[in-house]
Design a protein around this ligand. Structure first.
Ligand code: AMP
Length: 273
């Protein structure tokens, strides 16, 4: 596996490549969720490239930018064993310049839900994803459904800016007990880890209610709230696949989303129905 920390060297390497390129952008501290994106890419493409970049512009003041988990040596091993062709680890100073045009995420979809408590977060996400897509020029890029709003906004950017890349949405990977994998799970102590299960359990409660023909958003949200009332819920919402709130579940076009704080750790989860 080749490793690049310099954009120009990476671009030179890419010039010599033939065939389709799959790209998996990450912030590192890789887990099985990331690995499933990588495996999808390896299955679909001739070459797979993974990036690790903790993007400062998507963190707000006071968020966990400085203490975001870093496990570079382990990440290199994971990528190499998985069969990744190249690992791209650019520097912040090279990615961002002092004077540059910026991209703003559409406010009506980027300042709700995740963006309501984290205003400007998606501006930073789209800024870096656009830069990475331009550097890597992949055939396909892989993103997790776990970050459903991010996935929607990236797809929207790709179609509205006519970018030449196919965005592939990958299923959420969970622990055996249901907890969605996240790099931030390592912040949880044993007690918090146990309480965090209530988030995925609330989504299971919604699934069970739907099996009994409960499709009303308010009723589903109430059931879910009751089941996680001892966590600090940031939102529980039912949206369609364009992130418009809906009064009733539309099968094959809906997402039920939860964000909650367990201690000081903010976790998100969702199901696509
Ligand atoms: P991150 O390193 O947290 O920025 O995540 C990089 C990519 O991995 C994003 O597209 C995430 O949506 C995806 N991802 C993170 N956790 C999971 C998971 N549990 N299952 C599937 N994809 C995930």
């Amino acid at each position: 596996m080749k490793i690049f920390d310099n954009i120009q060297d990476f671009i030179e390497y890419e010039k010599g490549l033939k065939g389709s390129i799959g790209f998996v952008p990450t912030m590192g501290a890789l887990h099985n969720g990331h690995l499933s994106l990588i495996q999808n890419s390896i299955n679909d493409n001739d070459i797979t490239i993974v990036s690790i970049f903790i993007n400062p512009t998507q963190f707000l003041e006071g968020e966990d930018l400085d203490k975001y988990p870093k496990r570079l040596e382990a990440d290199k091993k994971i990528c190499s064993l998985a069969g990744v062709d190249a690992l791209f680890i650019p520097n912040t100073d090279e990615i961002y310049s002092k004077i540059e045009p910026t991209i703003l995420a559409p406010s009506q979809k980027a300042y709700i839900l995740e963006g309501y408590k984290r205003p400007g977060h998606f501006d930073g996400v789209l800024r870096v994803v656009l830069k990475l897509l331009n550097i890597v020029s992949p055939t396909r890029a892989y993103f997790g459904k776990k970050d459903a709003q991010q996935l929607y906004l990236i797809k929207n950017m790709v179609s509205s800016l006519f970018l030449h890349v196919e965005i592939v949405a990958c299923e959420i990977v969970r622990e055996n007990d249901g907890l969605a994998l996240s790099s931030r799970n390592i912040y949880l102590n044993q007690d918090e880890r146990q309480r965090a299960l209530k988030i995925s359990k609330s989504l299971k409660i919604a699934s069970k209610a739907m099996m009994k023909n409960e499709f009303n958003s308010q009723n589903l949200k109430r059931l879910m709230k009751e089941s996680i009332d001892d966590l600090e819920i940031e939102y529980i919402e039912v949206v369609d696949r364009n992130f418009d709130k809906i009064d009733n579940i539309e099968l094959n076009n809906s997402i039920i989303l939860v964000a909650a704080k367990v201690g000081s750790t903010r976790l998100i989860d969702n199901i696509w129905v």
